[in-house]
Design a protein around this ligand. Structure first.
Ligand code: PDD
Length: 285
């Protein structure tokens, strides 16, 4: 983690970045968050992330802690103070505030803004092309996954299962439909070259990377169908990949025991990775 955090109005050394025990984010997960990618020292798709943050805040009925313009300045300041000159990420969390524990909104408290930032290893094309395995598990989350809430225990448990199984991610399954990963969106490519990813309803978080990849696919004339796909369709797919701010476009080469394609990154995944890498301004291959 970086050396400087931001807590409720102050930049503080990371080791002393503390919130109150009665912060509602801590007690109720009454908070929303964003993770913004940094490439070449600059935030990528910042406007989209802040727009989604605004939606999460509105859905949770939490006020903006500072004006959006002021938040942008703080993001730049976090990047500068943590000396992130190439790749990294900024974490932004806003809780409803600090008040004696009571489920009902407190009559007077202010939203608490917390930020951390960290550098990530520099982008490596051959590492990015390496495929990962995913496991699948029941989607036990609530029904407003479109809100980027810090209430992530179901995601944490599923991700731990994946980790213990030696997999990178867990894809969550509702009925027979793959909704998304614990911290990423799920994609497949059919044998006809059709890209598929779950539609942006309450069952998934509408990823900023997902949206960027959708635009890039359209721009390059690739065919895409936004809508649910089943686990058996996923296991029979020609290609699979996942998208997120930190994973970018990551090829998936195994789903449970099913090997996808020939077990290596597929041609469309490779193209989309290349387009996305260009989108964020990292050097290509
Ligand atoms: N996760 N779905 C879920 C459940 C997520 O938590 C995330 C992001 C995504 C992808 O969204 P985006 O492309 O905007 O990063 C999809 C972040 C990175 C996290 O929790 O660390």
């Amino acid at each position: 983690m970086g050396t400087i955090a931001y807590v409720d109005g102050r930049y503080v050394p990371h080791g002393r970045a503390l919130v109150h025990v009665e912060d509602r984010g801590y007690q109720f997960a009454d908070a929303v968050y964003e993770v913004i990618g940094i490439h070449r020292g600059r935030p990528v798709d910042e406007a989209e992330h802040l727009e989604r943050l605004g939606r999460s805040l509105a859905a949770a009925r939490i006020d903006w802690p500072v004006a959006e313009k002021a938040l942008r300045i703080k993001i730049v300041e976090m990047i500068r103070r943590n000396r992130i000159t190439s790749r990294g990420m900024v974490y932004i969390q806003i809780s409803r505030g600090v008040a004696p524990r009571n489920h009902i909104f407190p009559p007077s408290c202010h939203p608490v803004l917390v930020m951390t930032a960290k550098a990530l290893p520099s982008f490596d094309w051959s590492a990015a092309c390496r495929g990962v395995a995913v496991i699948t598990t029941a989607d036990l989350r609530w029904r407003r996954c479109d809100i980027k809430s810090t209430s992530l225990i179901a995601n944490v448990l599923a991700r731990q299962d994946a980790h213990e199984a030696g997999a990178f991610e867990a894809w969550l399954v509702e009925g027979d439909v793959v909704t998304e990963g614990t911290a990423s969106n799920a994609w497949i490519v059919t044998h006809d070259g059709l890209l598929r990813t779950h539609n942006a309803d309450n069952a998934i978080l509408n990823g900023i990377t997902r949206r960027a990849v959708m635009h890039l696919a359209a721009e390059h004339g690739l065919s895409l169908r936004e809508g649910a796909f089943t686990l058996s369709e996923a296991k029979a797919a020609a290609e699979a990949f996942l998208t997120s701010t930190t994973s970018m476009v990551k090829p998936v080469v195994r789903i449970d025991d099913a090997v996808i394609g020939d077990g290596a990154i597929g041609p469309l995944s490779r193209r989309l990775l290349a387009y996305y890498v260009e989108h964020v301004g990292e050097p290509g291959h």
